[in-house]
Write a protein that binds this ligand. Structure first.
Ligand SMILES: Cc1cc2nc3c(=O)[nH]c(=O)nc-3n(C[C@H](O)[C@H](O)[C@H](O)COP(=O)(O)O)c2cc1C
Length: 355
């Protein structure tokens, strides 16, 4: 059974939900580790006050008993504390009583760079909120929870995944400047995975290739506009003699320009991927737009927003890479019980004499 992830939830609805299926039974999960990652996602220089309203924590509705997975779908919930201000505005059923709280008036001023315009056109909404609520990156919270579960699975076979901001100092200076000018910035994050055995992924088709799957997963995160594996774009400037990693007699490499993946398959070196994030599109000094109700020129919607979320992206990207590596490891090592999974990994390393 392969690992699968389905999610649901709006930014100001009651909760975000994830269902993870295909996890081996008997995997030990640590609530503090999951909540710790949720908190890491909320921190970072340049975040908005929303992060003080939300104190994310995971609730488990199914699939776990006394801290161990049952081999059945694992249902995770992360509640939106801010929903208390939106009970009328985001009510699932026609709300009773006078409108109160937030979200009571339709939004008609689409923000450039967001799902707002394409979303209302595509789905036939009149209120931009019906598009922006699901498109919001608040949704990344449950992906981070799923990533924490993936990291627990990977840890049983010695894999670790860590995301970071490529240049933290420069980013913080750029955030200070942008904040003073009521503007926003983006940046670059890097994710590294260690302990990856050779042989995850495959070389023929795009849905098997590990590099393609990582790029797909990273590009699936809001605001990511570029992905590179290993030296990525810089490789295009090099000669072949400078661009590849020579193989030693112990089958390891002294360089890692390939970022741990050759021909869509992990080669046993550290996996290194980077993702470029665009500047956040909600601006306190809004760009030009159109009022969809009147057809007149208007400034785009101004809504509480971050100056930057690059540090948060590092955590979300780490979760996305962890999830894809867990899928690839599960595909390779199988296992209905966690012991089968671990044993298959050990036996494979023995066969290829990889230490
Ligand atoms: C962790 C994270 C936090 C984000 N926070 C904001 C935000 O506060 N304000 C904003 O305008 N965009 C934010 N974004 C980006 C938007 O969600 C994203 O740009 C938008 O949904 C359009 O999608 P696209 O950039 O992939 O085209 C965030 C993205 C991430 C990954």
């Amino acid at each position: 059974m392969t690992l699968r992830l389905a999610t649901a939830g709006e930014s100001h609805g009651p909760a975000l939900v994830a269902i993870l299926s295909g996890l081996p039974a008997g995997l030990e999960l640590d609530r503090d580790a999951i909540d710790g990652d949720l908190r890491r996602r909320q921190q970072g220089y340049g975040r908005s006050p929303r992060q003080q309203i939300e104190q994310d924590a995971v609730e488990v509705l199914a699939g776990l008993r006394h801290g161990r997975t049952l081999g059945t779908p694992l249902a995770l919930v992360v509640r939106n504390a801010d929903h208390r201000n939106w009970t009328w505005g985001m009510a699932p059923w026609p709300p009773e009583g006078e409108p109160s709280g937030k979200g009571t008036k339709p939004v008609t001023l689409p923000r450039p760079g967001h799902a707002d315009l394409a979303g209302v056109l595509k789905y036939g909404h009149e209120d931009v909120r019906n598009a922006l609520e699901r498109a919001s990156a608040r949704h990344t919270a449950v992906h981070v929870a799923a990533g924490a579960v993936a990291k627990a699975l990977l840890a049983t076979i010695g894999l670790a995944v860590a995301g970071s901001v490529a240049d933290e100092e420069a980013l913080r200076a750029a955030i200070d400047e942008a904040r003073a000018e009521r503007d926003t910035v983006g940046g670059v994050v890097e994710v590294r995975a260690t302990g990856v055995p050779p042989g995850l992924g495959s070389y023929a088709t795009k849905d098997d290739r590990l590099d393609a799957r990582l790029a797909f997963a990273l590009m699936g995160i809001q605001a990511v506009k570029g992905v590179e594996i290993g030296d990525g774009f810089a490789l295009a400037e090099l000669r072949g003699s400078e661009a590849h990693d020579e193989i030693r007699t112990d089958r390891r490499r002294d360089t890692n320009r390939a970022g741990g993946i050759e021909a869509g398959v992990s080669n046993g070196e550290e996996i290194v991927v980077r993702a470029a994030m665009k500047p956040l599109p909600t601006l306190m000094k809004p760009l030009g737009s159109v009022d969809l109700a009147t057809g007149e020129e208007a400034a785009a919607l101004v809504e509480r927003s971050d100056v930057a979320a690059v540090e948060a992206l590092a955590v979300v990207a780490e979760a996305a890479v962890a999830w894809e590596l867990a899928v690839a490891a599960r595909d390779k090592f199988g296992g209905d019980a966690i012991r089968d999974f671990v044993a298959a990994h050990a036996s494979y390393l023995e066969r290829i004499e990889w230490h």
